[in-house]
Design a protein around this ligand. Structure first.
Ligand code: SIN
Length: 287
């Protein structure tokens, strides 16, 4: 898809209903039944909406595991995360459970303060997954929202001085502890702090605050100061969309363009969502 097509919706809104939730990020999609095979026109319209709005939402979509996987597979090969609790039938389904999240926080988030856990999925990979389709399974009556940040707006929000400082710098994505714990030996990778989105051409501020980020080639104190500034941008409400889940809600996002944050304000409630990740084109060999 060309850059121009990626940023404009073309005739996507003739094929599906698109209701923007914020000017640049988040839209609710209507007029599609995800439990049934979608047409090529619907697939292209949905893809254009994800590229345009970075995260899109569907309401009232009761899906089986197979239907969830079939929908995600319309947008690329499915990726099985190494710490996936395997469904006996469909392996790529990754259960995101509150109990697992608590363990994960003890193991990985120990350096991350509450409210700071903005991240993108599988950024620890050389070729991260491009998309994710997340489905509500067990929800608290209230709370447990998810926030997505327009990481292009976050970049644009930086001062010219910080933009210039970040030019060409790389940041680490260190998920080794959790991966080794899951039996997956993978090195620590570094990606550019500012990535150019391959399809939209937008500049994306792309840091994973949950994976011990360190900006390479600068003093530790400067790395910390730059990361604080990046986090400050991610936290600006002007750059965010916040989604309140309801039973049978589905979110589909572009992991290359948005970072997200799960709001954990529901006590011991056993919240469960199920996520399927979509592999990106292997631009180079992954490990
Ligand atoms: C995720 O981080 O992929 C899941 C977000 C959530 O649990 O709300």
């Amino acid at each position: 898809m060309s850059k121009a097509a990626a940023q404009s919706l073309g005739d996507a809104d003739q094929v599906i209903g698109i209701r923007p939730l914020q000017p640049t990020i988040g839209a609710e999609i209507e007029g599609v039944d995800l439990s049934k095979p979608i047409s090529p026109e619907q697939r292209d319209a949905i893809r254009a909406a994800v590229l345009r709005y970075k995260v899109i939402f569907f309401r009232d979509q009761p899906l089986t595991n197979d239907q969830h996987a079939a929908f995600a597979a319309e947008f690329g090969p499915l990726y099985t995360h190494p710490s996936t609790t395997h469904d006996p039938k469909i392996s790529p389904i990754h259960k995101i459970a509150a109990a697992d999240a608590a363990k994960y926080e003890q193991r990985v988030h120990r350096d991350v303060k509450a409210g700071d856990g903005y991240h993108s999925d599988t950024s620890w990979r050389l070729v991260p997954t491009w998309g994710a389709v997340l489905r509500a399974v067990t929800l608290p009556d209230v709370g447990g929202d998810t926030i997505w940040v327009d990481a292009n707006l976050a970049y644009e929000g930086l001062s010219d001085e910080v933009k210039a400082r970040l030019e060409g710098l790389h940041v680490t994505h260190d998920f080794r502890d959790a991966l080794v714990g899951a039996g997956h030996d993978y090195p620590i990778v570094a990606h550019p702090v500012v990535r150019t989105h391959r399809e939209t051409g937008q500049k994306i501020l792309w840091v994973n605050l949950t994976q011990k980020p360190q900006i390479l080639g600068v003093e530790l104190s400067e790395s910390r100061a730059l990361l604080d500034e990046i986090l400050r941008q991610y936290k600006r409400p002007e750059f965010q969309v916040r989604f309140s889940w309801r039973p049978h809600s589905v979110a589909f996002w572009d992991n290359r363009a948005a970072v997200h944050y799960a709001v954990r304000n529901y006590g011991d409630f056993p919240r469960v969502l199920e996520r399927i990740l979509i592999a990106d084109e292997p631009l180079y060999t992954d490990l």
